[in-house]
Design a protein around this ligand. Structure first.
Ligand code: HEM
Length: 449
């Protein structure tokens, strides 16, 4: 079992997750002439537990369960530019001592905008981000947390931008803006206590898939050249991605097109996601939504090579094919720990306002985690089988296609009774507003300052 020493070293949003009603991602740059000032102030914030460890986060989650106030939770992560600035990049450290992930090194803009399907027109994230503070709690606590960071780090940083999200209110709590129950399926890491076994995948996840240099990192329990340098042990790569959801367009499209494939709009939308709105999986309930209380996660795709119950292109099957991936049946290789939060007003308040998901996820390798899922699975018409289509929730229009029609994505659909297969073309329902790749270091890293 993971030791208390490690739990005091791992930042709490990686595991078990910081309790949050609101969350601000505070993007900053370290001032050129204030690097040592920044380092000493940040070390003080780690020493007095302003930076929330996994151990502290466990207590906060327990407080929340006991209906007590968990207080604010704060974590910090750095882009590769930020690590360079701190003197922990290639310019300063020897070969083998720097972080190895290529995606993190080049940054999200290169990976997803220059070389991927993100559109420059939609991107709003500023250049030159060095780091991000994650500040979680109630609305007032998050506002106080921001003030605290600004007062403690005073002139050592420049604020570049902030993104704030909140858990949706009332009956929508736990649901994302398209109306589906979210954050059901999470990997349960071996050696870590599991508070929600009902939401864990039916197979184990080596902790090294999420947390750097722990057992299972790059598929082995022993240090290899693919492991990260010693100082990075207990850290994790963090992906932040602001995804605008075209909620009105999503529902209008389903209303218009469902008939053409012999379905109701609810049946069609459930096939886009792979779960009904209640969270019940199509794989277990292909005919109708059994309602709340059936969102369990202890199942596999049966048979693994058919898509009659749940389309290959449904969001959950694309992002985690479970046993559908013939190359790696029941593999934990590309599991990610998701930590997203919705942003923007409720749909009833202003249908045309911007809303979406501040998608966040942790993994020990972005190349094997987020980047692989997005570029090689979500966008890939041939994954996991020829003409499988693309993910309707996280897919984006085909960049550079000659006509509007050619930009469209596709999904294969069978009716609720497994009747004839039809293929449906659809436009993307998300726009990427930006984001960045970060490394969330272990808390012991700040002692090295
Ligand atoms: C606006 C964007 C997105 C929305 C609205 C969304 C929504 C959802 C919903 C409703 C579920 C099912 C509930 C659950 O299992 O927790 C889900 C699952 C999941 N999503 Fe997303 N998602 C989005 C973006 C992404 C992205 C960008 C990725 C990764 C690249 C991703 C990866 C996953 C994974 C791995 C699962 C769990 C699948 C499983 O284990 O069965 N999602 N998402």
């Amino acid at each position: 079992m993971v030791s208390d020493k490690d739990l005091l070293d791992i930042q709490g949003d990686i595991w078990p997750g910081l309790p949050k009603e609101f969350e601000t991602f505070y993007l900053f740059q370290i001032k050129k002439d204030k690097v040592s000032d920044f380092k000493s102030k940040l070390k003080a914030m780690a020493d007095d537990h302003t930076i929330t460890s996994a151990k502290d986060a466990q207590s906060k989650r327990q407080a929340k369960k006991d209906k007590k106030d968990p207080g604010v939770g704060i974590n910090i992560a750095f882009s590769s530019k930020g690590m360079d600035e701190l003197g922990w990049g290639r310019g300063t450290l020897k070969r083998g001592e720097t972080l190895k992930d290529r995606s993190w090194d080049v940054g999200m803009k290169t990976d997803m905008l220059d070389q991927g399907r993100d559109d420059a027109q939609d991107w709003t994230t500023p250049d030159g981000i060095h780091g991000v503070f994650l500040i979680c709690g109630s609305k007032a606590q998050v506002e106080e947390g921001v003030k605290l960071i600004e007062s403690r780090l005073k002139d050592a940083i420049t604020h570049l931008d902030s993104m704030t999200g909140n858990v949706r209110p009332g009956d929508c709590r736990g649901y994302e803006h398209f109306g589906f129950k979210d954050t059901i399926s999470q990997p349960a890491m071996d050696d870590f206590p599991n508070s929600k076994p009902e939401d864990s995948l039916p197979y184990k996840c080596a902790p090294g898939r999420i947390i750097v240099n722990r057992a299972g990192m790059m598929g082995t329990d022993h240090r290899t050249r693919l492991w990260e340098p010693e100082w990075a042990t207990n850290g994790s790569y963090f992906v932040l991605r602001k995804m605008k959801q075209l909620v009105k367009e999503f529902h209008e499209y389903s209303k218009k097109e469902a008939k053409s494939v012999g379905m109701t709009p609810e049946e069609l939308e459930a096939r886009f996601v792979g779960r009904w709105k209640s969270g019940a999986p199509l794989e277990k309930y292909p005919k109708e939504d059994p309602g709340p209380g059936h969102s369990g996660n202890n199942w596999m795709y049966e048979p693994w090579n058919k898509e009659v119950k749940c389309p290959f292109a449904s969001h959950i099957r694309k992002c985690n094919p479970r046993n559908t991936n013939p190359n790696a049946p029941t593999s934990d290789e590309s599991l990610i720990m998701r930590r997203g939060i919705p942003y923007g007003p409720e749909c009833g308040e202003n249908a045309d306002a911007e809303r979406g998901l501040l998608f966040g996820c942790y993994q020990s390798s972005i190349m094997n985690g987020f980047m692989l899922i997005q570029n090689r699975w979500i966008y890939n018409d041939a994954f996991p089988a020829a003409k499988a289509g693309q993910d309707a929730i996280a897919g984006q229009d085909i960049k550079g296609a000659a006509t509007e029609e050619d930009k469209m994505l596709s999904i294969n659909l069978y009716g609720p009774d497994g009747n004839e297969k039809k293929s449906l073309r659809f436009p993307s329902f998300v726009k990427i507003r930006g984001g960045e790749y970060f490394f969330t270091p272990p808390i012991s890293f700040f002692d090295k300052f």
